[in-house]
Design a protein around this ligand. Structure first.
Ligand SMILES: [Zn+2]
Length: 264
């Protein structure tokens, strides 16, 4: 998944390289907050091409050692980089340099969903229903061990999540993204990556439906099993059933919140 580096260079244009020698401008940089200096250094690495889309950032502890700062400063820096859309954090996997295109696509879709609420989210659910069963079928044929490991871990995290919606929802996203990675088509991954994150709100609603997470897990395990056995047809059917369950649970919760509305 490589895109023109121009996208990312554009984000940082106007950033002054930190050369030795110093003048008034550099003094300003030195007095800026610690995390801002880390952000600048990482931005520079991206501009220079030392860090490319898809590259993983070292762990928090390692970055703190390299920069000689606290982990808090590193955490703040990573947060700022995320807000700029330069990196993306995947729970349990780490933080990766993004390509600006995915970020741009996501921002437009995000806006679309916000404008179109609640229809926007049902439109997105339709897109998922079109994409994800075929993704599951492809993944059944092409998936490699690392993606299977991620999927198994995600299922285990969801089993353990209990009443922690964030842990469940992030693992759910990981599960669906690992499957898309398993389909081994970078365009599919980019498309799903743009869409899946948007459904956080819907997932939060489902989490609050009694039995919703457990029902989801039954389907996740069926999908995983079919993919492990490289059974494309069963994987496709299992994903269809999962998305149908998600739709029903989501509607049940919406109806509960708006007692005047009856769903057929
Ligand atoms: Zn799911």
């Amino acid at each position: 998944m490589r895109y023109s580096s121009q996208t990312i260079v554009g984000v940082s244009s106007g950033f002054a390289p930190n050369r030795a020698g110093g003048n008034a401008l550099y003094k300003l940089v030195r007095t800026s907050r610690l995390y801002e200096q880390i952000v600048q250094q990482i931005e520079e690495s991206i501009v220079k091409g030392a860090l490319k889309p898809g590259d993983q950032l070292p762990a928090e502890r390692e970055l703190a050692q390299r920069f000689g700062v606290s982990r808090t400063a590193v955490r703040e820096a990573v947060k700022a980089l995320r807000e700029k859309g330069l990196v993306e954090a995947y729970s349990g996997k780490g933080t990766f340099i993004t390509d600006g295109t995915t970020h741009a696509v996501r921002q437009s879709l995000d806006l679309l969903v916000k404008i179109g609420q609640p229809e926007g989210s049902s439109h997105l659910a339709e897109v998922r229903a079109i994409l994800e069963p075929e993704i599951a079928a492809l993944a059944a044929l092409r998936i490699q061990e690392p993606e299977l490991v991620t999927m198994r871990e995600a299922v285990a995290v969801m089993d353990r999540a209990g009443q922690d919606p964030e842990a469940y929802i992030e693992a759910d996203l990981d599960f669906h993204l690992a499957l898309a990675e398993g389909a081994d088509n970078p365009l599919i991954l980019s498309l799903l990556d743009s869409i899946v994150g948007l459904l956080r709100e819907q997932r939060l609603r489902i989490f609050q439906v009694p039995g919703g997470p457990e029902r989801g897990q039954i389907h996740h395990k069926r999908i995983l099993e079919a993919v492990e056995q490289h059974d494309a047809e069963r994987a496709r059917d299992a994903m269809r059933a999962h998305l149908e369950q998600v739709r029903e649970d989501s509607q049940a919760q919406t109806a509960k919140r708006q007692p005047g509305l009856k769903h057929s």
